[in-house]
Design a protein around this ligand. Structure first.
Ligand code: SF4
Length: 244
């Protein structure tokens, strides 16, 4: 049976979600409500377009030579892709049959046996950790940090390659103590290939307005070069391979 799923959109030549040139699939639906989300239009699972694994594979195959030539592949992101584990598993399984590199960009919040099956077909996990302080994580995302930590432990136990992503948001996630705590926590794992420090930006603000939602970060500025450097320095102190 051709598995169906709800997708938000597709980007055929992505360059920021994993290595090389990538075919990026944005899945519909997310249980988090990050204050700085730049895709709030992915939140509702009832929105988006229903499509089938085979329909997406037909698209992917048109770009296979670009992807392979550049050392790229397919990235599934969102929203939260693991809200639809059956679809994502079938899609990544089909990619592996075509020898295509697969990456999964996730918050790690949804973690169950179906998710473990998805990971069987995932070469690289891009794990977004929004903050390492539990109270602040809850404040930023509206959900608990614990599932993400359990997810990270599973990735370590199964020796899965991971890139950690951390968005530096002035006033929300840029406290020295938060970054230091994250660095210390991450330093215990040997399956983390890199840590990507991403500067907060407001590119999604207009979407909040269009959806009639209140964007609380209107007056928040992008982090300065100095604060990005400072955060990098803290993480590097723990021997992590940090990129910005
Ligand atoms: S996890 Fe991603 S898609 Fe979901 S609310 Fe946060 S930033 Fe938005």
């Amino acid at each position: 049976m051709d598995t169906k799923g709800k997708i938000h959109s597709i980007e055929t030549c992505g360059t920021v979600d994993g290595p090389g040139i990538r075919f990026v699939i944005f899945m519909q639906g997310c249980p988090l409500r990050c204050k700085y989300c730049h895709n709030p239009d992915t939140w509702k699972l009832s929105d988006g377009e229903e499509t089938s694994v085979e329909a997406v594979m037909t698209q992917i195959k048109k770009y296979t030579s670009y992807m392979k030539f550049s050392g790229g592949g397919v990235t599934v992101t969102g929203g939260e892709p693991l809200l639809q584990p059956h679809f994502v598993k079938e899609l990544l399984k089909r990619c592996k049959e075509e020898q295509i590199h697969t990456a999964l960009d996730t918050s790690g919040y949804v973690f169950n046996d179906h998710v473990k099956e998805v990971l069987d077909y995932t070469d690289l996990v891009l794990l977004d950790i929004k903050c390492y302080n539990k109270e602040q994580y809850q404040y930023i995302t509206s959900v608990s940090l614990d599932p993400t930590l359990n997810f990270m432990q599973y990735l370590s136990d199964t020796k899965k390659s991971v890139w950690i992503r951390y968005v530096l948001v002035p006033g929300l996630s840029d406290k020295e103590a938060y970054i230091d705590g994250l660095g210390k926590y991450l330093s215990q794992f040997d399956n983390i290939d890199r840590v990507e420090l991403l500067p907060f930006h407001k590119m999604g603000e207009y979407k909040w307005e269009e959806l009639g939602l209140t964007y609380e970060l209107k007056d928040t500025q992008e982090p300065t070069d100095a604060s990005m450097k400072q955060a990098m320095g803290i993480l590097k102190k723990y021997g992590l391979n940090v990129m910005a």
